[in-house]
Design a protein around this ligand. Structure first.
Ligand SMILES: *[C@@H]1O[C@H](CO)[C@@H](O)[C@H](O)[C@H]1NC(C)=O
Ligand SMILES: *[C@@H]1O[C@H](CO)[C@@H](O)[C@H](O)[C@H]1NC(C)=O
Ligand SMILES: *[C@@H]1O[C@H](CO)[C@@H](O)[C@H](O)[C@H]1NC(C)=O
Ligand SMILES: *[C@@H]1O[C@H](CO)[C@@H](O)[C@H](O)[C@H]1NC(C)=O
Length: 497
């Protein structure tokens, strides 16, 4: 007995002694530090834990650190406490773990529930108070009961998407499925449930349910849905919660929809106009009408103000003086562009695109007038002629203006080109892959420099050899078409038949 009492006393002293220094000292941290050795074990002990994947060198992580720390110390006294943790995802030993959580940039914050069984992306603000508010809503039930008109007004608001299940009673498979959905998407949307549709601000108030009513601050303002299969519910929510036409301007409240628009796998149809110019409204309404027609066909629509789109224009390779402008972009990067558009032509141009009558657009520098250097300059607009229609053997380097290896390769390529100057069947060429689009169906360019060879007869091969004059020439000689020899071989083949 005596022994144990001493031990308990000892532990007590230890706690008291260590406590103040931990709280007042500089080293005290409200945020839990994890690494690969204790991550799983720690996570498994928590019903809900927030984990920040950071890198020590990342500026945004450093800026976030005091906010995260502050939020953590406030939330540690919340009931139930919310635990905030961090892990150095750039540490070699933690990298596998980070990749399991699909960490692609820093900081990445994830909310882990049920001992890590459910993982959600953190979608809240990045300053302490906002973080605290957001994370408080992430504890407790995924769906809030709405008992009055006041509840509904406070819950639904005017500027967000909110999803409410109306039920005749709070039991049954429909409620269970609604709850599963709410658990799954709670980080993205607010979920509520009610026994009385009369409390709700919009829609038929005599329905008794089960029904799901999605409120949104745009388009038809609310939509009802009655299929309670979890997958169907999720599809409904994802589809109904984006505007028919996403607006791209400096208004921050559009930001979540813009993120969704660019994250979607759909074909993106983007109209860029000057929002303050005359005729802007007419463009918007014509575009909207057209989008209604194509809505269910895997197309997403956006109207952008030219003033907010400078960076995006650069990326797309289009110019301000082409506005009003439509750009259609496929997932593989393929683009279709219609500059200087009239509102009345939106619909017919889109139909022509759908019918396959519009040629893809390649971002291109102007075709150079003089092209007298040994290494020929190829641009997006001349690629087809030089590489595919010339009937020659072409070695083509894709480079970027700021890549070091490209600079190293340049004099070598020049030597190769000089040695072929008297050979009319071989062209050595280069293309600036930043200023020009590369047709992805012919060439896969993932880094710079990338070198391809296209033989006179059209066979394309990638050059993976050493970047020396000798090796490149050897490769060209091995892969170029030698017309005379080919004919002989074909002739031989025929005789043997
Ligand atoms: C996990 O391990 C690291 C490195 O040993 C340590 O700094 C950290 O405090 C540990 N965290 C927990 C919660 O045990
Ligand atoms: C609930 O969802 C599951 C899974 O999608 C489905 O099998 C079941 O039929 C749904 N129940 C109702 C009432 O829709
Ligand atoms: C947009 O239109 C307004 C009004 O005509 C004009 O003052 C402004 O310069 C235009 N902006 C751009 C980027 O063309
Ligand atoms: C490239 O050069 C290295 C070192 O000079 C050599 O070991 C290697 O075999 C060469 N590779 C090819 C494909 O020629």
């Amino acid at each position: 007995m005596g022994c144990c009492r001493i031990w308990i006393w000892f532990l007590f002293v230890l706690a008291v002694v260590s406590l103040p220094s931990r709280i007042s000292g500089e080293t005290w941290e409200a945020v839990l530090t994890l690494d690969h050795s204790n991550f799983s074990h720690t996570v498994s002990k928590h019903n809900l834990i927030v984990v920040q994947f950071y890198a020590p060198w990342c500026g945004r992580c450093k800026k976030l650190a005091p906010e995260y720390e502050k939020a953590s110390s406030i939330l540690s006294s919340h009931d139930p406490p919310v635990v905030l943790a961090k892990i150095d995802a750039d540490d070699e030993k933690n990298k596998v773990l980070a990749s399991e959580f699909d960490v692609r940039g820093y900081p990445t914050i994830k909310i882990l529930r049920n001992g890590g069984k459910n993982v959600q992306a953190y979608k809240g603000p990045y300053e302490a108070d906002g973080m605290v508010d957001y994370l408080k809503t992430q504890t407790g039930p995924a769906s809030t009961e709405i008992k009055s008109v006041d509840d509904a007004t406070a819950f639904i608001g005017e500027h967000k998407v909110a999803i409410v299940g109306v039920f005749p009673k709070f039991s049954g498979e429909e409620l269970d499925n609604f709850t599963v959905l709410a658990e799954k998407l709670r980080a993205d949307y607010d979920f509520g449930h009610t026994l009385n549709a009369k409390h709700l601000p919009r829609g038929e108030s005599s329905v008794t349910g089960p029904i799901v009513r999605l409120f949104k601050p745009f388009d038809e303002l609310f939509v009802d849905f009655q299929d309670f299969h979890v997958e169907a519910l999720e599809k409904f929510v994802e589809e109904s919660s984006v505007p028919l036409v996403t607006v791209f301007n400096n208004d921050l409240s559009n930001y979540p929809f813009i993120v969704k628009f660019f994250g979607s796998p759909n074909v993106k149809v983007m109209l860029f106009i000057n929002f303050t110019a005359e005729g802007a409204e007419s463009f918007k309404s014509k575009f909207r009408e057209t989008s209604q027609q194509y809505r269910q066909q895997g197309l997403s629509f956006l109207v952008g103000d030219v003033k907010s789109s400078t960076a995006h224009f650069q990326y797309l390779g289009v110019k301000e003086d082409q506005v009003p402008l439509i750009v259609i972009q496929h997932k593989d990067g393929k683009k279709f562009v219609k500059p200087n558009l009239e509102p009345d032509h939106i619909s017919s141009w889109l139909k022509a695109y759908k019918d396959g009558n519009i040629a893809p657009y390649l971002k291109s520098e102007p075709i150079p007038e003089a092209n007298n250097e040994p290494v020929k300059v190829v641009v997006g607009d001349s690629l087809q002629d030089v590489v595919f229609n010339s009937g020659k053997n072409v070695l083509l380097e894709f480079y970027s203006p700021w890549c070091g290896y490209c600079t190293e390769l340049a004099p070598i390529l020049e030597e190769v080109a000089v040695s072929y100057e008297s050979d009319a069947d071989v062209i050595i060429a280069k293309l600036d892959g930043i200023a020009n689009d590369v047709p992805s169906e012919s060439f896969e360019v993932k880094g710079y420099p990338t070198v391809y060879f296209k033989s006179a007869s059209g066979k394309i091969s990638k050059y993976d050899g050493n970047r020396t004059k000798e090796d490149i020439i050897e490769f060209i000689e091995k892969n170029r078409d030698k017309p005379a020899q080919n004919q002989q071989e074909q002739g031989k083949g025929k005789e043997e038949l």
